[in-house]
Write a protein that binds this ligand. Structure first.
Ligand code: GDP
Ligand code: IMO
Ligand code: MG
Length: 428
C-alpha cells in the first residue's frame, strides 16, 4: 500500500504515534502533516518511551525518512530541542527533513496564545499554549514567517521588521506587555535557521519522488477530526485541519494518490481542553479509565476528561474522512469493568439527531443514548491475536465495527509497539 494516511477520529491522543511507528517499520517515508508542537505522540519500544511533538513518529526506524511537511507550524526552538534529546538517547536524525514552506512559531505567538486565553475567561478553549491559534492566524493573514525566511538572516530581518512593529503595538497597547526586541529576535531565529540548515528541503518534491518510485509513504496526522477547524466542536478546536484532506494538503500529496486511510479511535473517549463531550463520565468509572489509561496530556500533563465510546461522533468522522479501516486503541484499558457502554444516538430537545450539531451550545446539551455491553474480566494485554481476546471483548469490537460500518483491523492492547493485535475483518 504505497500511500497510507493515519488520522485521529476523536479529540486527539488516540494512539496515532504508536500506529505510525508500527507502519514506519515497513515504510520508506513518514510525513507529519499538520498542527505543531501542540501534538504529543508517544512511542514505546524496548529502548523506552519517546514523546514526539514535531518530529515524525517514524524516527526510531533507521531506514525510514522522516519529513515535517509544509502544513506544520513549527517552533524551531522546540524542534532543535527535540533533535538534541534524540541524539542524547543515541537516535540518529540524519534522515529528518523539514519543509522550506513550514510556517514558524515566533516568540509572540505563545505569548498571544496565553493572553487571548486569559481574556476568554470562563470561555477559554484550554489550548496547549504552544502558540497555534496566533501562528495559524498569521499564516492565513499572510504575515507569517516560514522556514525559508529564517534560512537567510538578511531576508529574515526585513520580514521581521515589517511584522514585529505591528505585534509590538498589539502587545504594548492592547495587553500592556513589554515590546519584543527586533535585533535579539532576528539573531535568535537566524541561529535557529543555521541549526536547522542541514534538515531544510523542498519536501513536497521528496514526497512526490517517493510516490513516483512506488515506495511506502505514511502521512501522520496530528490532533483529530473533532478538533478540526471546520468540522470539529468549533470554537473548541485547534487552528488547523487534522482531516484526511487536511493532511494531504500539509504533506504535499494529492487526494487521488492516497490508497488507504486509517482512523485511530480509542475504545472509549477522552478530551483534553474545554468544549462539548456528550459521553463524559464524572464518576468513579471515569476516574478508573483515567488512571488505567494513564490519561494525562503528553504535551501539557493535564488530566484528560474521559467517557464512553461515542459512535455518533465516530461514524461522522469516519464518513467525512473516507476512513477505510479503524484502529481501535487502548482496548486493554476497559479490561475488568463490569460493563461497558457505547453511545449509539443523540437526543436534542426530545428529537433524535444523527450527527454532532454545528452550534456549540446545542452540542453541549445533547443527551447521549447508550447501549450497555457486559464487560470482560480478562487481562488482554498479552493478546497476540484476535483469538486471544475473550468472546465479550470480541463482541464489543464487532459492535463498533457494525455501528461505524468500517472494518476494525487493529486492536491496541498496551502501549508497547508489540501490543497491537491485527484483525482480519470479516468478509462483508
Ligand atoms: P497520539 O497523540 O494519538 O499519538 O496519542 P498519545 O501518545 O498522546 O496518547 C496515547 C497514550 O496511550 C500514550 O501514552 C501511549 O503510550 C498510550 N497507548 C497507545 N496505545 C495504547 C494501547 O493500546 N493500550 C494502552 N494501555 N496504552 C496505549
Ligand atoms: P495529538 O496530536 C489532544 C486541543 C487542546 C485544546 C484545543 C486547542 O497529540 O492528538 P491548541 O493548542 O491546538 O490551540 O488547542 O485542541 N489539542 C489536542 N488535544 N491531542 C492533541 O494532539 C491536541 N492538540 C491540540 O487541548 O482543547
Ligand atoms: Mg497526543
Amino acid at each position: 500500500m504505497p500511500v497510507t494516511i493515519i488520522i485521529g477520529g476523536q479529540w486527539g491522543d488516540e494512539g496515532k504515534g504508536k500506529l505510525v511507528d508500527i507502519f514506519a517499520g515497513q515504510a520508506d517515508v513518514v510525513i507529519r502533516a499538520n498542527g505543531g508542537a501542540n501534538a504529543g505522540h508517544t512511542v514505546v519500544t524496548d529502548q523506552g518511551t519517546f514523546k514526539f511533538h514535531l518530529i515524525p513518529s517514524g524516527i526510531l526506524r533507521p531506514e525510514c525518512r522522516c519529513i515535517v511537511g509544509a502544513g506544520v507550524v513549527l517552533d524551531p526552538r522546540l524542534l532543535l530541542q527535540e533533535i538534541d534529546e534524540l541524539h542524547e538517547r543515541g537516535i540518529d536524525t540524519s534522515n529528518l527533513r523539514v519543509s522550506s514552506r513550514s510556517h514558524i512559531v515566533m516568540p509572540y505567538h505563545p505569548i498571544l496564545d496565553r493572553l487571548e486565553e486569559d481574556e476568554r475567561g470562563d470561555n477559554k478553549i484550554g489550548t496547549t499554549q504552544r502558540g497555534m491559534g496566533p501562528a495559524f492566524a498569521d499564516k492565513a493573514a499572510r504575515v507569517g514567517l516560514r522556514i525559508a525566511d529564517i534560512a537567510d538572516p538578511e531576508h529574515l530581518r526585513d520580514r521581521l521588521d515589517a511584522v514585529l512593529a505591528e505585534k509590538n503595538q498589539l502587545l504594548t497597547t492592547r495587553y500592556g506587555q513589554p515590546a519584543l526586541d527586533l535585533a535579539e529576535m532576528s539573531e535568535q531565529y537566524a541561529a535557529y535557521g543555521e541549526g536547522l540548515a542541514p534538515y531544510i528541503a523542498d519536501t513536497e518534491l521528496m514526497v512526490q519522488d517517493a510516490i513516483d518510485a512506488g515506495v511506502d509513504v505514511v502521512i501522520e496526522g496530528a490532533q483529530a477530526v473533532m478538533l478540526d477547524i471546520d468540522y470539529g466542536s468549533y470554537p473548541f478546536v485547534t487552528s488547523s485541519s487534522p482531516t484526511a484532506a487536511g493532511v494531504c494538503q500539509g504533506a504535499g500529496v494529492a487526494p487521488t494518490q492516497v490508497d488507504r486511510i486509517i482512523g485511530v479511535y480509542k475504545a472509549y473517549a477522552t478530551r483534553v481542553g474545554e468544549g462539548a463531550f456528550p459521553t463524559e463520565l464524572h464518576d468513579a468509572t471515569g476516574a478508573h479509565i483515567r488512571e488505567r489509561g494513564k490519561e494525562y496530556g503528553t504535551t501539557t500533563g493535564r488530566p484528560r476528561r474521559t467517557g464512553w465510546f461515542d459512535a455518533v461522533q465516530a461514524r461522522y468522522t469516519a464518513r467525512l474522512n473516507g476512513v477505510d479501516e479503524v484502529a481501535l486503541a487502548k482496548f486493554d484499558v476497559l479490561d475488568g469493568l463490569d460493563s461497558v457502554r457505547i453511545c449509539t444516538g443523540y437526543r436534542l430537545d426530545g428529537k433524535e439527531i444523527l450527527s454532532p450539531p454545528a452550534r456549540i451550545s446545542d452540542y453541549g446539551r445533547v443527551e447521549p443514548v447508550f447501549e450497555e455491553w457486559p464487560g470482560w474480566n480478562v487481562d488482554t494485554t498479552g493478546a497476540e491475536s484476535v483469538d486471544d481476546l475473550p468472546i465479550r471483548a470480541r463482541q464489543y469490537v464487532n459492535r463498533i465495527e457494525e455501528l461505524l460500518n468500517v472494518p476494525v483491523t487493529y486492536v491496541g492492547v498496551g502501549p508497547h509497539r508489540r501490543q497491537m493485535v491485527t484483525r482480519v475483518a470479516p468478509a462483508a
